[in-house]
Design a protein around this ligand. Structure first.
Ligand code: API
Length: 319
């Protein structure tokens, strides 16, 4: 089947999803829903407030919206009318997001694939897979060095911030300790620092620093530094969006020690996040076609559903 795809939102993630959907052998892009007009794209742009009128034309809708405020405000509304895929990344609030999306998706008879991307997403799958192998797993997740889209979006929501990005920087010592099986004392907050680069009026600097460093979940638990820079410096030094990270799991297996590591090195965080979102979009469309409804996390999706290749061929080639 050809999966007819739509996109909501046209920031970095939306542009990456657009590019990647066009490269899939089994997908066609119907349109981009936006509140803005005059987007720089050849894809048809449709008004977001009239999205529901297009429900019959779209098999899967990619929600390319920020997690800080857009997803909580808008995602369930789309899930009532469409099978959706999002990249909601506030880990602490994912259970709440799941129940809201589950109710909305069931109301409309759709599937809501939630919190895809790489963390949450591919890292989540690898945390569960790695830990399941060991009676007493020792597991650590490290991010970066790189630009977190979720944290950057959260920075840009702070009043007064004109431009803003956030880099996550891991402690290389902590990564080495985790690989050696000595990560028990290492926490996310102890193993990373967060560096924000912000363009704002000087009068707002103190309030912005306070708002960022005390923001729950995203920043409060971490050592966070806010640097104020000029528009020119921002343009010159902060246009790349690399990221990556490690999920390291190790443990004893009744007398022998083994370690498992999943590593990502990403030249473009939005391109890779979109790659995972698109693959889970394929799974969402297939689950919906099989008559399933409700919210699904990445943990509930069988790997073959992500692939454009058929199951028999995958078993012959890859099992
Ligand atoms: C960090 C990670 C980023 C996870 C990837 C994705 C993003 O602190 O850099 O927002 O870029 N939590 N959720």
């Amino acid at each position: 089947m050809t999966i007819r795809a739509g996109i909501v939102g046209y920031g970095n993630l939306g542009r990456s999803v657009e590019k990647l959907v066009k490269l899939q052998p089994d997908m066609e892009l119907v349109g981009i829903f936006s509140r803005r007009t005059g987007l720089d794209t050849d894809t048809p742009v449709l008004p977001a407030e009239r999205a529901a009128e297009h429900a019959g034309e779209i098999d899967v809708l990619f929600l390319c919206l920020g997690s800080a405020t857009d997803i909580p405000e808008q995602a369930a509304g789309y899930a009532r009318h469409f099978t959706t895929v999002d990249t909601y990344d506030n880990h602490q609030l994912i259970p709440r997001h799941r129940s809201e999306m589950d109710a909305a998706a069931r109301e409309g008879g759709h599937v809501a694939m939630i919190s895809t991307g790489w963390d949450p997403g591919l890292f989540s799958v690898n945390r569960v897979l790695g830990a399941a192998l060991f009676p007493q797993p020792q597991q650590n997740t490290f991010w970066g060095k790189g630009l977190s889209q979720g944290h950057s979006d959260a920075v840009r929501r702070v009043p007064g911030v004109r431009r803003g990005v956030q880099y996550t920087i891991p402690s290389e010592e902590a990564i080495a300790e985790a690989r050696a099986g000595r990560g028990a004392e290492i926490t996310g907050a102890s193993a990373h620092v967060r560096e924000c680069y912000v363009v704002a009026d000087e009068a707002d600097h103190a309030a912005i620093t306070e708002a960022i460093t005390t923001m729950p979940d995203y920043f409060a638990p971490y050592e966070t530094t806010v640097h104020f820079i000029s528009e020119e410096e921002f343009e010159r030094d902060h246009q790349g969006m690399p990221h990556g990270g490690h999920v390291v799991t190790s443990g004893d297996l009744g007398g022998s020690r083994s370690a498992v590591e999943f590593v990502l090195e990403l030249e473009s965080n939005p391109d890779f996040t979109a790659a995972a979102q698109v693959a889970y979009g394929r799974a969402a469309a297939r689950l919906k076609a099989q008559g399933e409804t409700g919210a699904r996390t990445v943990l509930e999706v069988a790997p073959y559903l992500l692939s454009p290749t058929g199951l028999d061929e995958l078993i012959r080639r890859d099992v």
